[in-house]
Design a protein around this ligand. Structure first.
Ligand code: ZN
Length: 295
């Protein structure tokens, strides 16, 4: 009997990890694969989980229509910062988790034939925090869009500044905003997409500077967290404060668009603004696929 029990006992590790997940918003038990195939959306209540940068770009660009630039740029550790772990160690862990060497992917691509310069932030890399490489990659992208005279799209997902880079992280607010000011002077189109969550220095800089600001339904958008604000102003905050719908009603957001409809709505906007067609010459030579390089 003892022998039998030993062999039929279902051990915890026999259930594959991550098969089921409890929704953070409605507490429904849903399979991980359903959430993933639903673009990281809860099938029960529509709660939006952060969608990493690569799958996000796949929802907007067809296969072979997005060309990444500066893919290997990695942060250094100028402050020799150590919290519970040294910053370089955190970078290694974050890169392994996010499968990208920084919290943003940038590139040039085509949305339904319209040329765009596009950046997608990745919350899974250190909470999408805005380190100096994030600022540099976004600034380079803005400058490239300016040279090519094509629209810019930045998809934000961020907890704000990167503690490990101190003031260098904060300088990215000024750097990206200054580049965008030059972009605006040339009357080029910048569409900012705020996803869940877009907070801190990201909201306080480029994410709020769009000519058109789109938010995902229910996205948390703000600078400081509600608790800090409540303590500071000593007042209760209104219902739904810092949610996309509240910001739409108060004029900070122009439109709320679901993940699955984003590509169609962006294509409509680009058509409306009469933006230029995509041509392969727009891809920087060193980032062109082998075939296009020889063409
Ligand atoms: Zn749910």
């Amino acid at each position: 009997m003892r022998f039998f029990n030993k062999h039929i006992k279902v051990k915890k590790r026999d259930i594959p990890a991550g098969l089921w997940t409890k929704c953070k918003s409605c507490s429904a038990m849903v399979t991980q694969s359903t959430v993933v195939s639903n673009l990281m959306t809860c099938p029960e209540c529509g709660y939006l989980y952060p969608l990493p940068a690569r799958p996000r770009l796949k929802t907007l660009f067809a296969e072979g229509e997005f060309f990444e630039i500066d893919p290997e740029m990695r942060p250094t550790d100028p402050l020799k910062f150590i919290d519970t772990l040294p910053y370089p160690k955190r970078q290694v862990i974050a890169e392994k988790k996010a499968r990208t060497p920084e919290a943003v992917i940038t590139g040039i691509g085509s949305i339904d034939g319209h040329a765009v310069a596009c950046a997608a932030m990745d919350f899974s890399y250190m909470g999408g925090s805005m380190g100096s490489v994030v600022g540099e990659k976004i600034t380079r992208l803005i400058e490239r869009a300016l040279d090519l005279r094509i629209p810019l799209i930045i998809i934000s997902a961020s907890g704000g500044a990167r503690m490990q880079e101190g003031a260098l992280s904060l300088m990215q607010l000024a750097k990206t905003s200054a580049a965008l000011a030059r972009f605006h002077e040339e009357k080029l189109l910048f569409i900012s997409i705020m996803t869940n969550p877009t907070t801190g220095g990201t909201t306080a800089s480029f994410a709020s500077l769009g000519d058109v600001i789109i938010a995902e339904p229910g996205a948390l958008i703000g600078f400081a967290g509600p608790r800090v604000i409540k303590q500071t102003i000593q007042q209760d905050l209104p219902e739904g404060f810092q949610k996309a719908e509240f910001l739409l009603a108060h004029g900070m957001v122009d439109r709320i668009v679901d993940r699955k409809d984003m590509k169609v709505k962006l294509a409509e906007l680009l058509e409306l603004f009469g933006t230029p067609e995509f041509i392969p010459d727009m891809i920087p030579a060193e980032h062109r696929p082998a075939q296009a390089q020889h063409a």
